[in-house]
Design a protein around this ligand. Structure first.
Ligand code: UDX
Ligand code: UDX
Length: 447
């Protein structure tokens, strides 16, 4: 039997690890995927992803069937790989600062696995980590556990990802850039060559820099995007208080200015998801640890937290007191196209509705099961939009699912008690909804 081709390993098979590993496998690279979660590994071996992500399932099935990817809980298997990506999560500690426990543990496991191996190994930190972590935290743990020194024998890089959920596969297939933060020239060449194999046909802009700058690029990216969302939400809240003002038109117009650009200007209920809040908190905490208070970022987060009250206030405008009112919440996921509930604005809105004495029924096309784990029996979770609307005094459209765009006025009329709609994403065509009391985020009342 011939020697197996060189492999690439991923330690941590969450969104980032699994999507990147699967795409690399689909490009013909032999992949070893490691995760501590036995159940996850068992399912992955059958080609079942642990979360919903468009395009992932068929691609995973194919690479599993073709044996281009192997899954294991045994981290020592990475000793077979020339490149090992660390893709474990980096959650927040209670004070918002980054928790590097998993990164340190994964580094230690990888170091022990490659100790004694005569081959060159390149360890690549893909997990989002605060500036300096690869050099000051990962490197000493890796060197001690592998009994090697970074240099000609052992490569070390930071290589952040910029994937958005719902388009993670497409984002991996067609990245807008690759950032390589290499600790030396050999690491940089190794990673550049690997990416050339994957993106041979397209010229992806590649920034080669040092590990700390690469780590900072990732935080800067999320800080900037979150700032845009909080900025447009601020403008929306002002528009809402001015007769006839329309944030949608404002966003369209300012987006035409090339200095501003059109993306991340959708006003809504506030950002959610696994990254923006976590990474902003980590950056704020990191700044403070360096004797700098990043005031702008604190404000971005505060605007985001308060946006839930803006939504609830719209329902109060329509109903007066919410006490004992029945509110139907359409959409729970933090954005459409995912079943992810992490930091979803729906949870903040629902908490506030409940505090105001409202009774809440809720529905989401994909996230109901994940929502149940967070919301428990505090709300009535429904299996479809129509049952959710039944008997409601007000409906709040929280997530921009296409399914909700397709609801007809008659769907509301024949089920709701009173025709009050709060549209947190402005997806309802108001002209079709004559006879309804409608308030949309960022839309001033017609004078
Ligand atoms: C990724 C990045 O790694 C994170 O730093 C970034 O901020 C967001 O994207 P994500 O892929 O969403 O995180 O992580 P998550 O879905 O939490 O998955 C992490 C995986 O690593 C889990 O499957 C977990 O079981 C696994 N894990 C965790 C290990 O295999 N070993 C550990 O020691 C800890
Ligand atoms: C984000 C970053 O986009 C990605 O690069 C990073 O790696 C991880 O964090 P993700 O959280 O998957 O990705 O989703 P994204 O599409 O960026 O949306 C984040 C939140 O902002 C969502 O709740 C979304 O509804 C909200 N948002 C986004 C707005 O409210 N308005 C916008 O215009 C854009």
């Amino acid at each position: 039997m011939g020697r197996q081709p060189e492999s690439v390993s991923f330690v941590g098979l969450g969104y980032v690890g699994l999507c990147t590993a699967t795409v690399m496998a689909s490009r013909g690279i032999r992949i070893i995927g490691v995760d501590v979660d036995e159940k996850r590994i068992e399912e992955l071996r059958k080609g079942h992803p642990p979360f919903h992500e468009p395009q992932l399932q068929p691609m995973l099935k194919t690479v599993v069937r073709k044996r281009r990817i192997e899954f294991t809980t045994d981290a020592s298997q990475v000793s077979d790989s020339s490149t090992v990506f660390l893709t474990v999560g980096t959650p927040s500690r209670e004070d918002g600062s980054i928790d590097l426990t998993y990164v340190k543990k994964a580094t230690q496991d990888v170091g022990s696995a490659i100790a004694g191996s005569p081959a060159y190994h390149h360890v690549v930190v893909k997990s989002t980590v605060t500036p300096g972590t690869t050099t000051d935290v990962v490197r000493p743990v890796l060197e001690a556990s592998s009994e090697k020194v970074c240099g000609p024998e052992l490569g070390l890089s930071s290589n952040p990802e910029f994937l958005a959920e719902g388009s993670a596969i497409n984002g991996t297939l067609h990245p807008d850039k690759i950032v390589i933060g290499a600790s030396d020239a050999k690491s940089s060449t190794t990673l550049t060559k690997l990416y050339r194999r994957i993106y041979s046909k397209s010229k992806v802009p590649t920034i080669v820099t040092d590990p700390t700058t690469a780590e900072t690029i990732k935080y800067a990216s999320n800080a900037f995007l979150a700032t845009r969302v909080s900025t447009i939400n601020t403008i929306a809240n002002i528009c809402q208080r001015v007769p006839n003002a329309d944030v949608e038109t404002v966003a369209k117009a300012i987006g035409l200015d090339p200095r501003i650009g059109p993306l991340y200007l959708k006003a809504g209920p506030g950002y959610g998801g696994s990254c923006f809040h976590k990474d902003l908190q980590a950056l704020i905490s990191f700044g403070r640890s360096k004797d700098y208070d990043p005031l702008l970022l604190t404000a971005v987060e505060e605007v985001n937290q308060r946006q839930a009250s803006e939504i609830v206030n719209l329902s109060k405008k329509l109903l007066g007191s919410l006490d004992n009112c029945r509110i139907a919440v359409l959409g729970l996921a933090f954005k459409k196209g995912t079943d992810d509930m992490r930091e979803a604005a729906s949870v903040r809105v629902i908490d506030e509705l409940l505090k105001n004495g409202a009774k809440v029924s809720a529905y989401d096309p994909m996230a109901v099961e994940n929502a149940r784990r967070i919301l428990g029996d505090r709300v009535e979770l429904m299996q479809d939009a129509i049952s959710c609307l039944k008997g409601a005094d007000c409906c709040i459209v929280m997530t921009e699912w296409d399914e909700f765009r397709k609801l007809k006025p008659s769907d509301y009329k024949s089920n709701m008690k009173t025709l009050n709609i709060v549209d947190a994403r402005r997806i309802i065509k108001r002209d079709d909804f004559d006879g309804f009391n409608y308030l949309g985020v960022g839309l001033g009342l017609s004078s």
